[in-house]
Design a binder for this molecule. Structure first.
Ligand SMILES: NC(=O)c1ccc[n+]([C@@H]2O[C@H](COP(=O)([O-])OP(=O)(O)OC[C@H]3O[C@@H](n4cnc5c(N)ncnc54)[C@H](O)[C@@H]3O)[C@@H](O)[C@H]2O)c1
Length: 395
């Protein structure tokens, strides 16, 4: 516990936006009397967010995402009065029961990561005022399977250009690259890497890897993103056309089975597979298991699959997010999560204030929140005020 407390203090000291919000909440108490149901990766930066919401008067009932919960953070949160549920060692059915129990606790607001809480609220008939969604994957669900079912405003934090730039591009690029190096203890120089998806996350991963000496190619299905990858200097193709040339494959699409059975049949001996996307479905693990005659655990979440013809395929964290996997994962940078969680806190406040007049369903972070936090982020990073633009928008 003492180590978690020290870690919390270090983290808080590098989250200036959240520190300002906490100070303000002590007076304003925007969530007084409200319960917030939360599904987020339970790690130290999330603890800062949840403790800030509590400072704003909220009761918080929280669950982690499957396989990424850090048990020492659950203990820390419980010690600080937050109802944190689940454990990193939970099997899928135990995890789903914990997610369900959060919705059954009748929250007033939801803060979701992948739209599992919204799905369950619909299925269980639990009414909320509205809430937020953290990820691209959750946004996709809200705009497809849940589009006619969620009748409350949901601000999609992932839609914010601030989050896309600071977290998805820069922080995910850094943390995925750093996690793979740390967990494998291998160096990137001279490796041939395939990044699947050239959206915000894929771009960051591809650029970080190339800047550190890897040879990188990109698989992308969207012609415009493929064009961008090509003019950024990456060779572009389909997964099947490129996978046989690569030592390391990283998926970052949000879509299922982007490395499917057909692509897996072309991997070369010794290929390492890792996923950065939200769900553990981007690498088709059932297909790989079906091709496998034997597996061996090699530590640090690496599982070696031996195929019928003797080729070996190594998979990190069984396709779960690699930057939250393994011993003592760090996730994305503190600075990026300071910004992302400030967007969360301000968006939840907005839902409380004006949920009756907001459009229903998924919607972007209001522009004034983006601009205010962008300004504060730059000012905190540079240690001096940012000049007001002509025709000051914040006036
Ligand atoms: N690991 C993390 O810390 C972290 C952080 C933020 C987001 N994410 C997750 O990463 C994933 C990607 O997020 P993003 O912001 O980059 O999304 P994005 O929408 O910007 O990019 C996804 C890209 O993948 C491409 N794509 C889809 N299917 C494909 C396929 N079959 N083959 C090749 N390309 C394909 C799309 O065309 C798109 O360009 C999401 O699941 C998101 O939730 C992870």
């Amino acid at each position: 516990m003492q180590e978690s407390v020290q870690h919390l203090r270090w983290t808080e000291s590098h989250m200036p936006l959240m520190a300002d919000i906490r100070k303000e909440y002590e007076v304003k108490r925007p969530f007084a009397g409200l319960t917030i149901g939360v599904s987020l990766h339970l790690e130290i930066k999330t603890a800062v967010l949840l403790l800030t919401l509590v400072r704003g008067g909220a009761s918080v009932v929280a669950v982690g995402n499957y396989g990424t919960t850090q048990d020492e953070i659950v203990d820390l949160l419980r010690d600080r009065g937050i109802d944190a549920r689940g454990s990193g060692s939970d099997h899928r059915d135990e995890h789903l029961a914990a997610v369900r129990s959060v919705v059954e606790s009748s929250p007033d607001l939801l803060l979701d990561n992948g739209a599992d809480l919204y799905r369950l609220a619909v299925d269980l008939g639990v009414e909320v005022l509205g809430g937020t969604e953290e990820t691209t994957s959750g946004q996709t669900r809200l705009q497809t399977e849940l589009v006619d079912l969620v009748h409350v405003p949901v601000i999609v934090v992932n839609d914010s250009p601030l989050k896309a730039i600071v977290e998805n591009k820069h922080a995910v690029g850094q943390s995925v690259y750093e996690s793979i190096c740390r967990l494998t203890n291998l160096q990137p120089q001279s490796r041939q890497m395939l990044v699947v998806g050239y959206g915000w996350c894929g771009r960051g991963i591809a650029h970080y890897a190339r800047a550190n000496g890897a040879r990188v190619c990109v698989a992308e299905v969207d012609e415009i993103m493929a064009l961008e990858a090509a003019v950024d200097g990456f060779r572009v193709g389909t997964v099947s056309s490129l996978i046989g040339e690569c030592d390391l494959v990283i998926t970052a699409t949000g879509a299922p089975s982007v490395v499917d059975g057909e692509a897996l049949s072309d991997v070369r001996d010794g290929t390492l597979l890792a996923n950065a996307g939200h769900f553990d479905w981007e690498i088709d693990m059932p297909a790989l298991d079906g091709m496998t005659v034997g597996t061996e655990e090699l530590g640090n979440t690496i599982e070696r699959h031996t195929l019928r013809d003797g080729r070996r395929v190594d998979v990190m964290a069984r396709g779960r997010m690699v930057n939250l996997a393994g011993p003592r994962p760090k996730g994305n940078s503190i600075e990026s999560m300071d910004l992302g969680f400030a967007l969360q806190a301000r968006s939840l406040e907005r839902i409380v204030e004006v949920h009756d007049s907001l459009p229903l369903g998924a919607q972007p972070v209001p522009d004034d929140i983006n601009r205010d936090l962008a300004r504060r982020f730059v000012e905190a990073a540079q240690g001096r005020p940012l000049a007001q633009p002509p025709g000051d928008r914040s006036a």
